[in-house]
Design a protein around this ligand. Structure first.
Ligand SMILES: C[S@@+](CC[C@H](N)C(=O)[O-])C[C@H]1O[C@@H](n2cnc3c(N)ncnc32)[C@H](O)[C@@H]1O
Length: 193
């Protein structure tokens, strides 16, 4: 397996090898954001990449949005795309070192990018980062891949991993995914146990 570290990901950005990048906000997340009424929720998007979800939130009046990625190159790209994003809201750090609490954490292709042996640690960390009423919401691949990253999986695996530290409110086939991921991703909402 590749060494998964910030340099690995920064090289991918520098060399334009960013096959995961949709080039725009993921539609299921846009639909979720559009029904949120509280624009002051403290929101974390870890492994944000080029940051489309965070930029959308910022441009739609959300006041407390933090984008985190351990690749400096990813955050440079966010800055290029959205110079108005305040530096204080762009956090260059490993997900496992972040500090909360957050009302909402958004999962979008970070879970599939970390070593699968760290999945339960990811779930425990997400739970630790959430405020008492906080939620983690996002998308998980519902398929396998030959050589990761991305690393795939399926609903029953995720249910087992997530239920160790989180209470799953919803996990179902995503009906409004982009065409290339239609039928191959799950939308989920989970909260602290
Ligand atoms: C597959 S990319 C997804 C980027 C973005 N979420 C998207 O969908 O376009 C994974 C991102 O997570 C970042 N990443 C991977 N492991 C991380 C970790 N442990 N802490 C913080 N960022 C991480 C990488 O640098 C990369 O930008």
């Amino acid at each position: 397996m590749n060494d998964l570290n910030p340099e690995f990901w920064s090289d991918r950005y520098k060399n334009g090898q960013t096959g995961w990048d949709l080039g725009h906000i993921s539609p299921p997340l846009k639909a979720y954001f559009d029904q949120l009424e509280n624009k002051n929720l403290k929101i974390l998007i870890p492994g944000c990449g080029r940051g489309y979800e965070g930029i959308y939130l910022l441009e739609n009046g959300f006041t407390n949005v933090f984008l985190a990625d351990y690749s400096k190159e990813a955050l440079n790209e966010v800055k290029r795309n959205a110079p108005h994003f305040l530096d204080i809201n762009l956090v260059c750090a490993n997900f496992f070192d972040l500090e909360g609490p957050f009302d909402l954490i958004i999962e979008q292709t970070l879970f599939c990018a970390i070593d699968p042996s760290l999945r339960e640690d990811y779930v425990a960390k997400a739970s630790q980062l959430l405020s008492d009423d906080g939620k983690i919401v996002g998308l998980l691949f519902n398929r396998e891949f030959e050589d990761g990253p991305p690393f795939g999986g399926n609903q029953s695996e995720y249910e087992k991993q997530f239920s160790k530290s989180l209470q799953i409110e919803l996990m179902e086939d995503s009906y409004n995914s982009v065409t290339s991921r239609m039928g191959a991703e799950l939308f989920f909402i989970a909260k602290r146990k």
